[in-house]
Design a protein around this ligand. Structure first.
Ligand code: SF4
Length: 68
């Protein structure tokens, strides 16, 4: 399963980091990035952690994508 961010859809609302603070961080302009990584894809081999599912659900612009 791939968990992706699409920075050009991000409106810098900050909600994803509230739901998953160990996964998300922001550039200086507030646009989303993964914590400690410049990749835009996270490969998740096991079940999707609840906090990542919650971040996916709360994103208002679908800047977070899950691909199976
Ligand atoms: S919830 Fe979505 S729009 Fe808001 S900061 Fe995160 S990725 Fe960007």
């Amino acid at each position: 399963m791939l968990y992706k961010i699409i920075p050009n859809k991000c409106i810098a609302c900050g909600l994803c980091q509230l739901k998953a603070p160990k996964t998300f961080d922001y550039h200086d302009n507030g646009i989303v990035k993964f914590l400690d990584s410049d990749n835009e894809t996270l490969d998740i081999s096991n079940d999707l952690p609840t906090e990542l599912l919650n971040a996916y659900r709360v994103c208002p612009t679908r800047a977070i994508v899950i691909e199976k």
